[in-house]
Design a protein around this ligand. Structure first.
Ligand code: PPY
Length: 497
């Protein structure tokens, strides 16, 4: 590969000839400018210079290699010509660092909501907007929490609960509790080590992590950070180019991943308005929504900007193809109805995740917990129950072990937590994730004792009253902690005069 002096790169600093440096490699992106889903302006900002810092957290590691024809790969930057740049720290970053330094000591974090409250304060505004946002009016994200509060316990007593055991097996893999780490994208927006915080903590504490397709760390970095034999699942966004998907899936299997979670609820990404508004704010924090620039796609937040590879034509006809390319368990992530649950079962999948994508897709879609009731009833008509060959997972809004116990009592095989663990590492790195596991363990111990269940197999539908679950109106006590972390939506801002 030829070596390119930085002076040569800096000559290509315009719309007519635009070169950028990413990870010490030089690329000619002139013809790609108008195709960039995030608009050309952000690339032009780095024209003739190094774009790595802006590129890294919001692009999958291979995005540029996969999207840019090989003849546009100019070469490697000549290391002898690189001048060390002293980076100016912005006022916003200085303030953020000060807030970070005044975080509560980790032993004062006593529940998963605490992590969210800290993350809300310490995250860069763009990262918080991306992670916390949900679609449209954000009704579903709030319903995900509320649904758990419409299920009430019916505890059993006098059962000798001196020993309680919350360990579990998920798709044949041992887990310290009936919870897995659900995939959330772009971990480096929130912490320099990104998803590796989860991998390392999960390895130490016997928890299963689902690797996101759109992780900031590369798939292999994550696998390499795992302990020998550490069970991992992988999430899949299906690419329009099925060869890319096939390669990804087969590579995952070769590297020992146990289950493939195919995301089926995102043929198009939902409109997440907090994220979109952030994109309409420039680096000085000035609202630019109304300035008439034509080259910026204003309908794009971080997520929409990088989602164009997802194949909206994915259909039931593709399931046999997936079966033909892998022996991993195949789980459909994002099922909501008994009709689709039965189709998944009949098409030979090994399970489903009742999920509305953390409220980020179809707003006013029901919660996974509510859907669980009808779906379990429908699947009971199809074969043995519980069915050892077909698992039902639930995610969305889970913050407490009591939430998990409710889902399991109602027939879930295990439960996924995405944002809860994400906020733990955004606020305290790996230590935060480990603390979140410890908190859950303590909550499992107490709640199982009080519920009268000595093991996960003793959780039964009779232990909960879900009669109010489908009543979408009704008085439930306010969830004070969640309401505290929930950020209200806002309307378009006026320009300052
Ligand atoms: C999400 O943001 O909800 C995701 O699932 C991840 C993602 C991010 C960007 C594009 C597509 C999906």
């Amino acid at each position: 590969m030829s070596l390119v002096p930085t002076a040569t790169v800096s000559e290509h600093n315009s719309r007519d000839s635009c070169w950028i440096i990413v990870h010490s490699k030089v690329y000619d992106v002139t013809e790609f400018l108008d195709e960039h889903p995030g608009g050309s302006r952000i690339i032009l900002k780095y024209a003739g210079g190094d774009a790595t810092e802006a590129y890294e957290p919001i692009h999958p590691p291979n995005a540029i290699l996969d999207n840019l024809p090989i003849e546009k790969h100019i070469g490697a930057i000549d290391p002898n010509t690189v001048v060390a740049v002293v980076k100016e720290v912005t006022e916003e970053e200085k303030q953020r660092q000060a807030v970070l330094a005044s975080r509560p000591p980790i032993d004062e974090i006593i529940n998963l909501h605490d992590f969210e409250a800290v993350a809300k304060k310490v995250l860069p505004a763009k990262a918080w907007a991306y992670y916390s946002s949900a679609s449209d009016d954000e009704i579903t994200i709030r319903e995900n929490r509320a649904a758990f509060q419409r299920v009430w316990f019916r505890p059993r007593i006098l059962r000798d609960v001196s020993v309680v055991d919350w360990s579990h097996t998920i798709l044949g893999c041992k887990s310290s509790f009936p919870v897995y780490i659900s995939a959330t994208a772009l971990g480096k927006l929130g912490h320099p080590d990104g998803e590796l915080n989860l991998t390392r903590a999960a390895g130490k504490h016997n928890v299963i992590q689902m690797i996101p397709t759109l992780a900031s760390c590369s798939f292999d970095e994550i696998i390499d950070a795992a302990l020998p034999g550490q069970p991992l699942f992988v999430q899949l966004y299906v690419n329009r180019d099925r060869e890319i998907t096939k390669k990804y899936v087969q590579h995952a299997e070769k590297r020992g991943v146990k289950a493939l979670f195919i995301t089926v609820d995102a043929p198009q990404l939902g409109r997440r308005e907090k994220d979109m508004r952030m994109k309409a704010v420039d680096d000085n924090g000035t609202a630019k929504v109304q300035d008439g620039q034509s080259d910026v796609r204003r309908d794009q937040g971080v997520s929409r900007a990088i989602s164009s590879f997802i194949d909206p034509s994915l259909s039931w006809k593709d399931i046999p193809w997936f079966r033909s390319i892998t022996n991993m368990h195949i789980i459909l992530k994002g099922v909501s109805t008994p009709e689709d649950a039965i189709l998944a079962y009949e098409s030979g999948c090994q399970g489903i995740v009742l999920s509305n994508h953390g409220g980020r897709q179809l707003d006013t879609a029901r919660s996974g917990l509510e859907n669980l009731i009808d779906i379990v009833a429908a699947l009971k008509t199809k074969g043995p129950w519980p069915n050892p060959n077909f698992s039902i997972f639930v995610d969305g809004g889970v913050r407490r072990a009591s939430d998990v116990l409710k889902a399991l009592a109602l027939g879930a095989s295990a439960v996924g937590i995405g944002r809860g663990f994400l906020y733990a590492f955004c606020s305290y790195g790996q230590e935060g994730v480990e603390r979140s596991f410890q908190i859950l363990r303590e909550e499992f111990e107490m709640n199982m004792r009080l519920l009268g269940a000595r093991s996960i197999s003793e959780l039964k539908p009779e232990m909960v009253d879900a009669s109010a679950l489908s009543a979408h109106v009704g008085v439930t006590p306010t969830d004070n902690l969640y309401n505290n972390t929930y950020q209200h939506l806002s309307t378009a801002a006026f320009r300052e005069s």
